[in-house]
Design a protein around this ligand. Sequence first.
Ligand code: C5P
Length: 300
Amino acid sequence: MSITVRAPAKINLHLGVGAPRADGFHPLVTVYQALGLCDDVTVTPSATWTLAVTVPDWMDADAVPAAGDNIVDAAARLLAEHHGIASQAAVSITKSIPVAGGMAGGSADAAAALVALDRLWELGTHDDDLLRIAAELGSDVPFALLGGTALGTGRGERVERLPDPTTWWWVVVPSAQGLSTPAVYRRFDELSPDTPAEPTDARAVLLALSTGNPEILAGALHNDLESAALDLRPDLADLLELGESSGALRGLVSGSGPTCVFLTPDADAARGVAARLSEHHDVVLVTNGPVAGAHAVSYG
Ligand code: C5P
């Protein structure tokens, strides 16, 4: 018996960041969108706990946290503890989401593992408990369970689905070198010491989503972490400019970066932008969103 669960990468169409809270986390008002760039987690019964990772040829396998330190280890441990059982399974992660890229790849793996192990261990965990365990694992993990397009508040862990009937076409350019999320938040604090406690609201993006018009959405995209990411990685500014001069409506750093995403008018335009970016960058991906959150793709 084996179960495979797929979970999506996220981008932030709006990322409003407030001044750090007493617990060190930053209050967020964010609009997440799940993209069709996904990791798969496969689980099979085993008398022990093992974790293996497979990466595409363009990804550095050493950048993926090793077994024991991987967020999937923690996900299994928390789920097993919640039910008072032993954490035993053979788990294999097949990565497609850039590592340390600002697309919540680790969070996707954690969400997929929770859903897969819940099935394997026949636990029938209540959705509210699954979301609570997800939030404990990381700010983006509840969204990876939910998918679609959603408003995120709190430290990003409180998620609420948003209507988003349009298919939006994106070009994604990962970076060979990752960025540490805490380091980007630290740089944000240094660059913006007077940030108000209340993050900027997402009104413009919510309105743009309701129009279904990519040009309007392009004008509304907003990321408060972008200047911090660009400060740590000035080369990304050239990439954003190149994408926009190659036909993208707008380029944006994804979350804490360094992955850059480009909104395009439609699928054909996305392929055109990707072809031009490919002349300068080794890995250029075309995808769309919104797509579903963590869900089983093979069972049996
Ligand atoms: O929640 P998660 O484990 O993904 O967060 C990773 C790090 O990113 C945190 O330790 C913190 O430094 C930073 N972070 C933050 N405010 C948030 C989310 C993350 O400062 N809302």
